[in-house]
Design a protein around this ligand. Structure first.
Ligand SMILES: *Cc1c(COP(=O)(O)O)cnc(C)c1O
Length: 437
């Protein structure tokens, strides 16, 4: 498989180059040259397969000729060491629980896959000392750090906004040591993301250091996220509930939604998508007006969605670029909703009081969007529960007036010691830091 840049100002590139570079030379994002639909028959047999088997078929189609079959299978099997179950909440509403990975958020899938693939290329091609730069609003940092921990030849730099991630999130990437460096930036997530982007286009830095990104900018992190859309479909297909599927995605940088659209393009029958936003509603506004106007991010309870200029917007536009009227096609395929912290609070309270289901603040937006979309009885609504509620224990405890238990996995992180490097929101300072490493 070859990859092109969404800016189309540079030539096709290999998977190895795409994963190592992260961002294309022209500043665009990589996309697979061919998204080949899978045979309907194969999709219909997935209901009798396990998640690893499903993941392998999807991966073959997406990465196929770029990597030996047995190695790809190994990477998929290592990535998928946990399940992503579908849980019926009430009526025709289901939660796709994506929080059974090591850091209790959906990003574990993409991060583990990318780490293993990069490790493979490093060992095979004897590439030396790769520096992974990653901006995080909370969950990316932990998933990436844990995916890459201890891999020789890779240093990981995690930029996160000081005081704006939850304590549980922070401990998951600041306590690891080894090849993981946590940079505490005096700014917002958008500032962190801008610093990373500036680093990728800085000439001096790129001649002296091999840099790559592990944000959903990186195609190797994004594509594996399509695995669990297939897995979700198959679980519902098995109980004959997959005929008219509406999938609601809590969205920040839009990597997750993008992976769903790619699964759809690969032939997965998804009738409609919902992009659920918190107060950071740039995409919601785009759907309503046709105008994309990035805005500074504001802080919310669903902090992993506090993004004012979502990176993957470009990929979504690109996916619809063959339509005569892309905007019309996008609004037909995707609905948008936007919720305040007050709305999120009410939703979390409601789901718990009525159904004893504990939502996290991100999943809450997607669940509420499904309710507000008023599905027909024939439709099945699936919301992505992207993180375990205990990652946001303070918020959830205070809303529900209970003390939710902390899973052991999370507890062991909390016992570590926090180590960070504090930096101002200043590119020169960041650049000098990297050059001295
Ligand atoms: C990252 C994240 C999101 C947003 O996902 P995108 O792919 O950036 O749109 C939603 N929920 C949680 C818990 C996350 O960590």
């Amino acid at each position: 498989m070859e990859y092109y840049s969404t800016h189309k100002q540079t030539s096709f590139t290999s998977l190895k180059q795409a994963i190592i570079k992260g961002l294309a030379n022209d500043g665009g994002l990589y996309m697979p040259k061919n998204i080949v639909p899978l045979d309907n028959y194969i999709i219909s047999t997935m209901k009798d397969m396990n998640f690893q088997q499903i993941g392998t078929i999807v991966a073959q189609s997406l990465f196929g000729d770029s990597i030996e079959t047995n190695i790809l299978e190994y990477i998929v099997n290592e990535t998928i060491k946990f399940n992503t179950p579908i849980v019926n909440i009430h009526d025709n509403i289901y939660s796709l629980e994506l929080f059974y990975g090591p850091t209790l958020a959906f990003k574990d899938i993409g991060a583990r896959f990318m780490a293993l693939l990069l490790k493979y290329f490093i060992e095979k091609e004897e590439v030396e000392n790769i520096n992974v730069l990653v901006a995080t609003s909370g969950d990316t940092g932990s998933a990436v750090a844990n995916g890459f921990l201890g891999i020789k030849g890779i240093n990981v730099y995690i930029l996160y906004p000081k005081n704006r991630v939850s304590i549980a999130q922070e401990y998951q990437f600041t306590t690891l040591g080894q090849n993981i460096f946590a940079l505490e930036i005096n700014g917002t997530f958008d500032d962190c993301q801008a610093l990373v982007k500036s680093a990728f286009i800085d000439k001096e830095l790129n001649t002296k250091k091999l840099l790559t990104s592990a944000n959903s900018i990186n195609i190797a992190r994004l594509l594996p996220q399509s695995f669990y859309y297939f897995n979700a479909y198959s679980q519902l297909d098995k109980i004959n509930k997959a005929k008219e599927l509406v999938i609601s995605v809590p969205s920040g940088n839009f990597g997750n939604l993008c992976a769903g659209l790619i699964a759809n393009k690969m032939g997965l029958p998804i009738k409609h998508f919902i992009a659920a936003n918190n107060k950071n509603n740039v995409f919601f506004n785009y759907l309503n007006t046709g105008i994309y106007a990035p805005q500074p991010a504001v802080e919310t309870y669903a902090n992993a969605m506090d993004v004012g200029n979502p990176s993957n917007f470009e990929r979504i536009i690109d996916l619809f670029s063959s339509y005569v009227n892309p905007y019309q096609a996008i609004t037909k395929q995707i609905s948008g909703f936007s919720y305040t912290d007050e709305d999120i609070t009410k939703t979390i309270q409601y789901a718990y009081d009525k159904y004893e289901y504990i939502l996290d603040p991100h999943g809450a937006t997607a669940y509420q969007a499904l309710l507000d979309k008023s599905l027909s009885a024939k439709e099945s609504g699936v919301f992505l529960e992207t993180a375990h509620p205990a990652k946001f224990k303070n918020i959830i405890d205070s809303i529900l007036g209970i003390k939710i238990p902390i899973p052991n996995k999370l507890k062991s992180f909390m016992e570590g010691e926090k180590h960070t490097i504090e930096l101002e929101n200043d590119f020169i300072e960041f650049k000098n830091y990297l050059l001295q490493q």
